[in-house]
Design a protein around this ligand. Structure first.
Ligand SMILES: [Zn+2]
Ligand SMILES: [Zn+2]
Length: 60
């Protein structure tokens, strides 16, 4: 996944928060001006997180 640069000052963004389900970065912060990017919502991960069931185990 690519990390964008700050829309305000152009500085590279650092990862602020990872998705609790797939561990992909979903929120970034500018190192320079501390401006936070919008959180990238994973709708599928949200569902998994809310109604967590070990579905994968059944297929094994
Ligand atoms: Zn996710
Ligand atoms: Zn910035």
């Amino acid at each position: 996944m690519r990390i964008d640069s700050c829309r305000k000052c152009g500085t590279e963004l650092i990862v602020k928060q990872n998705c609790s389900v797939c561990k992909t970065p979903i929120k970034f912060e500018c190192k320079d001006c501390k401006r936070e990017s919008d959180e990238q919502i994973h709708s599928i991960c949200r569902l998994v997180d809310m109604n967590y069931r070990p579905i994968i185990l059944e297929a094994a």
